[in-house]
Design a protein around this ligand. Structure first.
Ligand SMILES: Nc1ncnc2c1ncn2[C@@H]1O[C@H](COP(=O)(O)OP(=O)(O)OP(=O)(O)O)[C@@H](O)[C@H]1O
Ligand SMILES: [Mg+2]
Length: 407
């Protein structure tokens, strides 16, 4: 897990209760472990956050996911003190945010934070570049420096050519990109994104996700990203924090969430997700045990052992053929002792980052798939059986949960 040095944001037992007496009876009830609905019924107070603990690592894309009303926006607003903490502490880069006020708080927000919202409001009477540079203008950054930073941010979001257009000349997706560019231009330590892509249609939304991941690869910002869409969360998150009724239900990598849902609630969510889109070839592949053409057919078959087959590699480690046990035995039966006569070269390859969905079709012939790196070198063996099992694994897990939890 994270240590203090590489964490930038930390929530320590944070409660946020809305109502006239937040630290009164409502808090007493919450401390006893009584849930949001019951607290509301008994005290008339709304639990925004219920003993929330998490920490975000520097450079991490941390996604908070949950249904409407689960407390996502409340959580993100505590990071820059748009909400006061009721009980607990929120730390950002060694600063207890609750203790900030006045100019120090303003400066903290300006220097450290960038925010992007679902409906990003642009100033209609300013052109794109001035919208992007607005935060810098507030910081009194000189115009030429400001424009330089704005153009850089616009280039990152693919909008350089629109710098001098009016916002009204841009599509919704492009306007949202301007919002992202504005947040990036100020070069904040932490980007807070609340449903930033939720209003976009699916295709544009996916493009935005890809672009953001590309930007993230380059800039390594710390991003807290809020979404109610588990697919989006699993697609972009380094880690995902699932919330329900103001409380954290599970924090984990996308794979952990998918394969080890902590509760029936998470399992139910996961059920709606196509895990084939998330799990990548390298997570399922096995160590390749390649053979070379200088072996005799019998020796090669011995090396293949009880696997379906093995790839034949050249001196550079690149696969040049596939020797399956079936082909090998067939060749041996007709009296051949050379491996060449049994090799087939109509095998499939995949990259380590290919998703299971994309290799699924290739697995259809029942032959192993060669996983090769950028240079074409064999790095893994994908057995069709393993792909099928992996695709079925989460379903089985959920079935198990349903038996446990819902029956
Ligand atoms: N200013 C407020 N006053 C009173 N209650 C509030 C306030 N802000 C939020 N809440 C309540 O706190 C809970 C969490 O709200 P929050 O806005 O954080 O949810 P969310 O997960 O962001 O939902 P959505 O997906 O709809 O944006 C809700 O029950 C909401 O009614
Ligand atoms: Mg919200």
């Amino acid at each position: 897990m994270s240590n203090a040095a590489d964490e930038i944001v930390r929530f320590d037992s944070v409660y946020k209760i809305f109502g006239p007496r937040p630290r009164g009876r409502a808090y007493e009830l919450a401390k006893l472990g009584i849930g949001k609905n019951e607290v509301q019924r008994l005290s008339g107070h709304v639990m925004g956050l219920d003993n929330v603990n998490f920490s975000v690592k520097r450079g991490e894309l941390f996604v908070i996911m949950g249904l409407s009303g689960s407390g996502k926006s409340t959580a993100i607003r505590m990071v820059n003190k748009l909400h006061e903490v009721t009980v607990g502490e929120v730390w950002v880069d060694g600063v207890n945010v609750q203790e900030l006020s006045g100019p120090a708080l303003q400066e903290f927000r300006r220097e450290k934070m960038g925010m992007v919202f679902q409906h990003f409001a642009l100033f209609p009477h300013r052109n794109v570049i001035d919208n992007v540079g607005y935060g810098l203008k507030v910081r009194k950054v000189p115009k030429d420096e400001r424009d330089e930073a704005s153009l850089r941010a616009l280039a990152l979001t693919g909008l350089e050519a629109y710098a001098y257009n009016a916002p009204s000349e841009l599509s919704g997706g492009m306007q949202q990109r301007v919002g992202l560019a504005r947040a990036l231009a100020a070069d904040p330590d932490v980007l807070l994104m609340d449903e930033a892509f939720s209003a976009l249609d699916p295709l544009i939304r996916r493009q935005m996700q890809d672009e953001m991941l590309a930007i993230q690869n380059e800039l390594h910002k710390t991003i807290i990203f809020i979404t109610h869409d588990l697919n989006e969360a699993l697609r972009i998150g380094d880690r995902v924090c699932i919330m329900k009724d103001g409380a954290v239900v599970q924090i984990g990598t996308p794979e952990e969430i998918l394969t080890q849902p902590a509760t029936g609630y998470v399992a139910e969510f996961v059920q709606d997700v196509d895990q084939g889109r998330v799990i990548q070839a390298h997570e399922v592949m096995t160590e390749p045990v390649p053979v070379t053409t200088d072996l005799s057919l019998a020796d090669a078959l011995a090396k293949v052992g009880d696997r379906t087959g093995a790839f034949v590699i050249d001196d550079a480690g690149k696969p040049i053929g596939l020797l399956t046990v079936a082909d090998g035995l067939r060749a041996a039966n007709v009296g051949s002792s050379s491996i060449e006569s049994a090799i087939r070269n109509d095998f499939e390859t995949a990259s380590p980052t290919a998703t299971l969905n994309t290799v699924y079709a290739k697995a259809g012939r029942g032959l192993p798939i060669a996983v090769v790196d950028d240079t074409g070198v064999l790095v893994g063996n994908l057995d069709p059986q393993l792909i099928m099992e992996e695709m079925g694994r989460v379903e089985q897990l959920i079935d198990g949960f349903e038996r446990e939890v819902f029956m």
